[in-house]
Design a binder for this molecule. Structure first.
Ligand SMILES: [Zn+2]
Length: 496
């Protein structure tokens, strides 16, 4: 009884305290002229009763950018404050010397040297890009980390910026006037996106009541019409996948696809997910591979972000990547972005064939994390293929066992419901997966399949797999190949 009283009292005391004095803050004022390589930053911040404040710039783990400190320049403070900059540690220390107000100014140099062209997308993807007509930045590329993390209120406002240019920010995308102040919380502020420039286009869509934003470059050297290429996602794919999951619980979502600015020849693309969005940089024409990547990455809003098995994302990539990939391709088929031919090609040529030809197809699930980065070509792709192939089989098993009444989607929706009943700190386990599957399939058999095929890594023997009437299988030189039976149609198979 006593304990619970204390529990109730504490938050009350805290809220009284916070009313009496302003919370510590970090206010950023930004400037860019629309064509130069320089972003001007002015940071005012509170530092009550402190002799010094220590900031850290950059994050080498973000895309492996070890020399990120070279982009921050001309760091200055106002007397009597004194600076100490440790470039190796990326540390900026300000000694306050009794100053009551605290202001730090610096520049972010986003230039892309002509003599060092971008030869892989990561070179630009994880760096600030500030160049004529295009500025793309995430906060960790221009804002500072404060070592004691005691300044929870963060704000951004643009003081000077080019007139009549497109502007997007992922802090509050409905705020389109750069001169209005954006407020954020320190913990959320670490990775927000800012895009601006006269070669930038921002379109807003309404997808089932959720604001969706499409941010692209207008022109690039590949004659891409990125807004046109991406519009089918906003007109059908996102609707399809929201319906698949029966879920519209999102404040907003954005897709930012901009062309690489410093590549001289055709190179691929790269991307990373951030809160409520996906950022891609592209070095070639937007083709079928880019459609697939866009669909796969945005599908992670559910499997991968809202629904994850195990402690970390490496534990059960067969689910996090493979099952996500299955939801990706069936939604691409459902939304008609993938034709029947593209769907079958992906399933057969890029998954079944590649997997059954792989020399390491039978390795244990635990060996994936250990070899993922050193041998991505073999181990990196393994869980995607292994999981997708099993998801396809499982979907067929559930359809057969229920006479077509249920599909894998029903099982995934049940798993999503189990996730919602758990607290943030509780994890979704393989046992949860097996328990929801037991509604549709024999529990012991399902548990055995997971253990054999997903954990121990034994490849599924398609000689023993029974598929639903719409699919047939042919095995040549141990490579299974799936095709549709006469009269079968993907849009009938995958409907919700
Ligand atoms: Zn993925």
């Amino acid at each position: 009884m006593k304990k619970s009283k204390i529990f109730i009292l504490l938050p009350l005391i805290f809220s009284i305290c916070s009313c009496t004095k302003q919370e510590p803050f970090m206010d950023y004022v930004l400037s860019w002229d629309g064509h130069s390589d320089i972003l001007g930053v002015e940071l005012t911040y509170s530092a009550a009763q402190k002799d010094s404040t220590v900031f850290i710039f950059g994050d080498p783990s973000f895309g492996g950018q070890n020399d990120i400190f070279t982009v921050i320049k001309n760091i200055g403070c106002v007397e009597p404050e004194v600076l100490n900059v440790d470039e190796v540690a990326r540390r900026i220390t300000v000694y306050h010397n009794g100053a009551k107000e605290h202001r730090l100014t610096y520049e972010i140099d986003g230039s892309l040297p002509a003599d060092k062209p971008t030869i892989s997308s990561q070179m630009e993807l994880f760096r600030p890009v500030i160049t004529k007509g295009v500025m793309t930045l995430v906060t960790k590329q221009f804002a500072l980390n404060i070592t004691d993390e005691r300044n929870p209120l963060v704000s951004y406002v643009w003081r000077s910026y080019p007139e009549d240019v497109s502007y997007f920010n992922s802090v509050n995308p409905s705020q389109t006037d750069p001169s209005e102040k954006l407020s954020d919380h320190y913990d959320d502020a670490k990775i927000s996106l800012f895009v601006m420039g006269d070669n930038i286009s921002v379109e807003e869509y309404n997808v089932m009541g959720i604001p969706y934003y499409c941010v692209t470059t207008k022109e690039d050297r590949y004659s891409n019409d990125l807004q046109g290429s991406l519009s089918p996602f906003f007109e059908s794919y996102f609707q399809s996948i929201h319906r698949f999951w029966n879920d519209t619980d999102f404040p907003f979502y954005f897709l930012s696809v901009t062309a690489l600015q410093n590549n001289q020849k055709e190179i691929g693309g790269g991307g990373f997910g951030i809160k409520n969005g996906f950022v891609m940089k592209l070095g070639r024409a937007f083709g079928i591979r880019e459609k697939y990547v866009t669909a796969h990455e945005t599908a992670h809003s559910w499997i991968g972000i809202k629904i994850m098995l195990g402690e970390g994302s490496f534990d059960h990539q067969w689910f996090g990547e493979g099952f996500n990939d299955y939801t990706t391709i069936i939604n691409l088929a459902h939304s008609k972005i993938f034709s029947e031919e593209a769907f079958m090609h992906y399933l057969n040529e890029e998954n079944l064939k590649e997997h059954y030809e792989s020399a390491i197809k039978g390795v244990h699930n635990d060996s994936i994390a250990a070899n993922y980065w050193t041998d991505y070509a073999n181990y990196g792709v393994l869980p995607y293929r292994r999981g997708l192939i099993y998801a396809f089989c499982l979907d067929n098993h559930i359809r057969l066992a229920s006479n077509g009444k249920f599909t894998l989607r029903n099982m995934l929706l049940d798993l999503f419901e189990v996730r919602k009943t758990k607290t943030k700190d509780e994890i979704l386990t393989v046992d949860d997966f097996i328990n929801v599957g037991a509604t549709y399939l024999d529990k012991k058999e399902l548990a055995g399949q997971i253990e054999r095929y997903m954990i121990a890594g034994q490849p599924i023997d398609f000689n023993t797999v029974k598929l639903s009437d719409e699919f047939q299988i042919e095995i040549t030189n141990n490579i299974p190949k799936v095709s549709l039976t006469e009269g079968a149609d993907l849009s009938n198979i995958y409907q919700w």
